[in-house]
Write a protein that binds this ligand. Sequence first.
Ligand code: HPA
Length: 253
Amino acid sequence: MTTHPETAIILGSGLGKLVDEITDKQEISYTDIPNFPVSTVEGHSGKLIFGKLGDKDIMAMQGRFHYYEGYDMKQVTFPVRVMHELGIKNLFVSNAAGGTSPDFEIGDLMIITDHINAFPEHPLRGKNLYGDRFPDMSEAYDSKLIAMAKEIAKDKGIKLQEGVYLGTSGPTFETPAEYRMFARWGGDAIGMSTVPEVIVAHHAKMRVFGVSVITDLGVDGKIVEVSHKEVQEAADNAQPYMTEIMRELIARI
Ligand code: HPA
């Protein structure tokens, strides 16, 4: 069976269930793809998965690369370049993030309307392989997909927040002072991924849709000690709703 997906998904930690719904799977281990970084995530090596979600051809990254793992930004975003070469036109991304808005609660879904790049290295630094040297970023997250997602959430009675995702290197979670600073900068959700991938996807003219799951709060008076385990548990509880919105959105495009 051959597939020619135009849609790809990259799912955050604790948010991988959508990948389990892919049928007619063909899997390619990262170790079999020339120049692909090798995943450091929990023992099992990452893979690209090709198959069907509903009646749509789709590809998914099982295991994404984070800057805090030690990869440089070229490595972090290499899979998105591969997606572009394979003809991907739509990219769906998700992540777990700390919320700075006083309106947010743990477990909320936040549609990403825009982002702030607070990583110390830019993924487009260096030789420009395709696209503009100085890319426009006035609408990195597709407004039509955002509008459709809001409609879907309303139909299904799913609570949805929206806001700006700020991506920073990690691996430390934020201090209260850093949360205050990022909130003043305009970040509503703070995390350690997504921004580099979205920059490279937008540079390659893909339509991008992103969702953050708010797994902990960086709001004065509500900041408590947080661990990766708690982040994953909160992500796991919210993931059926995120999965439903993504699945329905992919079916409609
Ligand atoms: N910062 C704060 N909280 C988080 C993060 C982060 O990077 N990721 C998940 N929860």
